[in-house]
Design a protein around this ligand. Structure first.
Ligand SMILES: Nc1ncnc2c1ncn2[C@@H]1O[C@H](COP(=O)(O)OP(=O)(O)OP(=O)(O)O)[C@@H](O)[C@H]1O
Length: 263
């Protein structure tokens, strides 16, 4: 795709949301939110329960339509695109809940995603070169998370933390330009969350990643930028050090003696 320059003449951001608004009935849950993720972004979105994080991810991924504002991918306006169109173009998300096929092997789960991306999901027969290409892409997705050794395991028999890695592998098999990681550590026992952190730390360098997460250890170890949402609006943004030192964030979000101060 040709590079489309933003209005100030610079290279466009991978993902740029401008002035997003959303209401459910009379409840305004997204208030004029703007967010820019350059290539290689490692941004965490945090905020108390009900702050509007999931709604924002749904607006970025196309599950919800904004009542105002727009979303651009590498400069192209994708605001009217549905989730499938956005995913095919590179805005890929994982979900808080498990979306893997539990009865399939890890390899076959990821293979489904690769076939889907190539429009081959309904094909009964693949040529030898298509099979080789699909298998190579499955190996690449598993390899980038270092779970190629688990390829033959039945996904439903794996620990929850390992299943989350399979989910991230499914997302990587879609060849994302922007990855929206929705609470990858949710429900995962602490003993396994280290593996999730290792995996997200190894994501491809040029991928723009937005992590929504309540686990502050993961957030502060992963993020180079943090966006804090409160009541549907961006309350603060900055580096982890800036957010940790932000007294208003500590009071509103973490509580006076909150966790952020410890990092
Ligand atoms: N489909 C919906 N209809 C009505 N209200 C909704 C809907 N989805 C979300 N909300 C409301 O919008 C607000 C923001 O919810 P959202 O799930 O985006 O917050 P969140 O920051 O992701 O919370 P959590 O951290 O608990 O997941 C909440 O008050 C929620 O009740």
């Amino acid at each position: 795709m040709a590079s489309i320059e933003s209005t100030n003449g610079s290279t466009p951001h991978r993902l740029e949301a401008t002035g997003l608004c959303k209401a459910f009935g009379g409840l305004q849950v997204t208030r004029d939110v703007s967010l820019a993720l350059p290539a290689g972004a490692r941004t965490a979105l945090i905020g108390p329960n009900g702050a509007g994080k999931t709604t924002l991810v749904n607006l970025l991924g196309g599950v919800l339509r904004a009542s105002a504002g727009n979303v651009r991918l590498d400069g192209e306006d994708v605001s009217e695109w549905n989730p499938a169109q956005r995913a095919r173009s590179g805005i890929v998300r994982t979900f808080q809940i498990n979306r893997v096929f539990k009865e399939l092997s890890v390899h076959d789960n990821v293979r489904c995603a690769v076939l889907h991306r190539h429009g081959l999901a309904r094909r009964v027969w693949l040529s030898r070169s298509q099979r080789a290409q699909v298998d190579a892409e499955v190996d690449e997705a598993l390899g980038s998370l270092r779970i190629q050794g688990q390829a033959r395991r039945i996904t439903g028999q794996m620990a929850l933390g390992e299943q989350r890695l399979v989910e991230i592998a499914l997302a990587l098999a879609m060849k994302p330009r922007v990855l929206l990681l929705d609470e990858p550590a949710a429900g995962v026992p602490e003993s396994e969350s280290g593996r999730i952190l290792e995996a997200v730390e190894r994501l491809p360098g040029d991928l723009a990643v937005l992590l929504i997460e309540h686990d502050m250890d993961l957030v502060f170890r992963f993020a180079r930028d943090i966006v804090v949402m409160v009541q549907g609006a961006v309350f603060a943004r900055g580096t982890p050090a800036e957010i940790a030192a932000n007294e208003a964030v500590r009071e509103i979000y973490f509580g006076r003696s909150g966790h952020a101060g410890g990092h």
